[in-house]
Design a protein around this ligand. Sequence first.
Ligand SMILES: CC(C)(COP(=O)(O)OP(=O)(O)OC[C@H]1O[C@@H](n2cnc3c(N)ncnc32)[C@H](O)[C@@H]1OP(=O)(O)O)[C@@H](O)C(=O)NCCC(=O)NCCS
Length: 131
Amino acid sequence: MIIYSDTVKGISPGKLKGFFKGWKRQVTPEEHLRILRNSAEVVIAIDDETGNVVGFINAISDNVLSAFIPLLEVLPEYRKQGIATGLVKRLMYKFEGLYGIDLVCDKDLVDFYEKFGFRSHIAMIKRNFKT
Ligand SMILES: CC(C)(COP(=O)(O)OP(=O)(O)OC[C@H]1O[C@@H](n2cnc3c(N)ncnc32)[C@H](O)[C@@H]1OP(=O)(O)O)[C@@H](O)C(=O)NCCC(=O)NCCS
């Protein structure tokens, strides 16, 4: 069974394996845990049989007007079961009163995010692959 949590209290780096595969900028499980701890809000999905985190979403926010969702990922073997939908829904609930929630995604995920009320817009991005 999948359990959702909005805290990473009690989660060790060892429970955060398998994410960020294929990224040019490698992210270690220790860094992943720091990302989640430093975020304004997180929702994680845990497989209760293993205790491992199998999906997560995070957001940074000014907690007045705006929030931004930098990351959403579900481990490949857990995809297509509605876990990302569960993560996004729970995060949206936390930000209900905010003016704007933004994210950047590939074209093939536009339909997915539209289901939660997002609409396409122009985004500008800058990446530093040397860090
Ligand atoms: C995108 C991602 C988080 C979806 O996770 P998931 O748990 O499989 O998503 P869900 O099971 O909730 O799927 C929801 C819907 O989106 C669709 N979907 C999921 N991934 C998709 C993709 N890559 N392209 C197109 N549609 C996709 C599913 O078919 C499903 O459609 P349905 O509701 O009509 O059946 C997952 O594929 C992933 O981690 N991808 C790599 C990281 C990534 O791209 N993150 C997004 C950053 S913006």
